[in-house]
Design a protein around this ligand. Structure first.
Ligand code: MN
Length: 459
């Protein structure tokens, strides 16, 4: 076959653990992290005969919320199906999932790509469906043990179309998806903890000199599994593109669909198996769950749609004059964005209350948004975040309250102390949550800027 070059075609399948109070089909506690093995389990979670699944409404609501945020159409009613396979982590022999009528279909997310052949990519979401998680196999001393605490945890599986052209695009999408899930408060979406698990399908497509696909090539995809971090996804895809590229160069392109596992230590993928076809799962309707009407959730979730990361980034730029970079940093975590906005509103309120400034709060915001924005970008976006990272803390665990941070910025703005002194004050605030006034007093730091007072001392 003649072709000009090979173009990577990448699609993602992402499993998201929902942080519902209870499991998908039982009333068992869904907070398995740190719990002793096999303590959070009921007969329903393992499908004992005579038990019936009872669908978790919170999980349905979360799935609808996710579908709407991804720009999907919500199917109502939606249907549940049995997906059959045999594995120790699935004692009932089938997973309750969704096959032909998932909760959500046909969405789209646009990502911005700072460096790459294209500056933005439109990623189509094929579907997002609800399903139960399996138990966890634990391999120890040559034996495999099974921990059922995870069995029945609600998952939303998100499947994209193969719209990614570089590993970097896939990583940027995953980071944005994690942000969206955190903004929606449906998952902690921590990849290292398995809340967000990503598989990738990758193949190389021969294209001609105009970038058009060469007619009728067969290029089976490889499914890559076992990538436990954002870095792993990028590295595994780079490896796989390289491996397949070599096969093409040798005139020996992949001819069958395969599943390969990422080996982070060896920095390579290993063949696991040739892929089952969908028919092998013998999908059939779940007879114990009736067609599920979602209209109430659609109505309520449409009426209370939270601001999404992209909207918040744009608002932070226009409302507070943050640079694109500062806006991205300050909105990366919704808790940090909330913290930042509370600090800013405190500062505007103080300025408005200052008798020297003859203006109401709106006028103050107009007049001072630029200096306040600069101050906040430096002291929260750079100094506070840097100190938190150094201490392995984050905005949720820190002693520093928005009120105290605002007070410190106010002091810095009034130039009562120097920037260097303010850095010491911030460190002390991080240590024990003291207020800036307390720290300044105990350190005897106050720089006197009042000229009358200074004059008196000089005299
Ligand atoms: Mn799945």
């Amino acid at each position: 076959m003649t072709y000009h070059h090979l173009e990577p075609i990448i699609g993602l399948e992402i499993h998201v653990q929902l942080k519902t109070a209870t499991k998908l089909f039982s009333s068992v506690d869904n907070h398995a992290e740190g719990a002793a093995s096999n303590t959070l389990i009921s007969a329903i979670d393992v499908g004992h005969p005579g038990t019936l699944p009872s669908l978790n409404r919170e999980a349905l609501r979360f799935a609808v919320r996710i579908g709407l945020a991804l720009g999907c159409r919500i199917n109502s009613p939606t249907y549940f199906d049995r997906k059959h396979y045999i594995y120790p982590d699935l004692p009932k022999g089938y997973q309750i999932s969704q096959f032909d009528v998932p909760v959500a279909e046909d969405g789209v997310i646009t990502i911005q790509i700072p460096e790459g052949p294209r500056t933005k990519a439109i990623i189509h979401i094929e579907r997002a469906h609800l399903e139960e998680d399996a138990a966890k196999n634990v391999h120890r001393d040559g034996k495999t043990l099974v921990d059922f605490n995870r069995a029945g945890t609600p998952l939303v599986e998100i499947v994209t179309r193969p719209d990614f052209r570089t590993p970097n695009e896939a990583k940027i999408f995953l980071l944005e998806l994690r942000r969206i899930l955190r903004y929606l408060a449906v998952s902690d979406a921590d990849m290292e903890k398995g809340h967000l698990r990503c598989d990738a399908n990758v193949s190389l497509r021969p294209v001609d000199a105009n970038g058009l696909p060469v007619a009728d090539p067969y290029y089976p995809k490889t499914e890559v599994k076992n990538m436990n971090s954002f870095k792993a996804v990028e590295r595994a895809l780079l490896f796989e593109i390289d491996r397949q590229g070599t096969l093409w160069q040798q005139g020996n392109p992949p001819m069958v669909t395969t599943t390969r596992g990422w080996d982070a230590v060896g920095n390579k993928t290993d063949l696991q198996r040739t892929k089952e076809e969908a028919a092998d799962y013998r999908f059939m309707r779940e007879p114990d769950i009736p067609p599920t009407d979602l209209s109430t959730y659609i109505q309520e979730e449409t009426g209370s749609r939270p601001e999404l990361p992209q909207q918040r980034r744009e608002r932070f730029q226009s409302e507070y004059t943050f640079s694109e970079q500062a806006a991205a940093t300050l909105t990366d975590d919704p808790a940090l964005a909330d913290f930042t906005e509370r600090v800013i509103s405190e500062l505007f309120a103080w300025l408005a209350a200052n008798p020297d400034i003859d203006a109401d709060e709106n006028t103050v915001a107009d007049r001072y948004r630029q200096p306040i924005g600069k101050l906040v970008a430096t002291w929260i976006g750079t100094k506070l975040l840097g100190a938190l990272t150094e201490r392995s803390e984050d905005i949720r665990t820190t002693h520093v309250t928005p009120e105290n941070m605002a007070e410190l910025l106010n002091i810095i703005y009034q130039k009562t102390i120097t920037a260097q002194q303010a850095t010491h004050v911030l460190e002390a605030m991080l240590d024990d949550g003291a207020s800036p006034a307390q720290v300044i007093e105990s350190l005897g730091l106050t720089t006197i800027s009042d000229t009358d007072a200074l004059g008196a001392i000089i005299d």
